[in-house]
Design a protein. Sequence first.
Length: 335
Amino acid sequence: MHHKKVLACVASSLCLCSAQVQAWGAVGHELVGSIAEQLLAGTPAAEKVHKIIGMDLSQAAVWADCAKGVNPVNGEFVYYSSPRFKECRQFESDEGKARMIDYVRRNWDACQPTASEEACHKQYHYADVAIQQPKYAAGLAGTSDHDIVAAINAATLVLEGKPAPAPFSIVDQREAILMLAHYLGDIHEPMHIGSVYLDNEGKEINPSREQLDPTTGTKGGNDIDFHGPSLHYVWDDVAKDIDPQHPDPAWVAEAKAIKPSAGNVLTWSTQWADDSLLQAKKAFDGVSFSHVAVHSHPWSANYPDNYVEMKAAIQHEQLVKAGAHLAQLLAAVVK
Ligand SMILES: [Zn+2]
């Protein structure tokens, strides 16, 4: 889930509504993991990865969202299991729950979230770069030293045997791979990188970080209606006919044909964010906004014809890239 939708429930004793929307949905994340598995099959990196995490990448890909089920209750971190999230059951042994609780405790507030921001580990899943920007760059509004670009680099550093930079706390290579298996999916989801900031008339603005008025943000599309669900949800939601355990061979072939990203591995997350930002521009192309609340979203919007078809085509492209890039990153750093 993206951003602040859990605010309404923090006052209740158990945060039952956390992790309501899983980014890409579990299916999208599992598919990314499955594609990466097929690309890595038979390589030393695959063997090493499986030894470190004790599961395959498709299973690992949902862990960071499942960990959002951990929240403080009367000063103690507690994992609440939602029966709706079947994909999280694999992590709900006593040991599995203890690991999620430990991760969330260590990654809760070291980033010093402001009143309008969520816990640190939840912020690791996205950035909110204004779509007018040509590229992702540190220092822009909607970026931080603990956004998704930084999170991927922090986990990569741990796999290279170096310490994770603050505010990240990554306890071992296992945790680093679990994080990457998820974030590689998220960074390719256009709504996790590009965002619109809107003035009161619904006109798109391009704020600097210093002049950012939080009320102009749209939370990666979570605040924008799409005929009932949020625009963010619609982009996370993948085609119903996708079987994440058996990726379409044509998609796997497309992933195999994707060239490894260029340069040092620590520049890759920025390159992927740049690309997702371009996709986000397409996702907002021709969309107009008005500050009329609808279906509990503060913004309503008009969409061009064929929006759903355009979305499906971009999702296909991005899921394939995510699988390829996850395989390439692990092959490069798991030695
Ligand atoms: Zn996520």
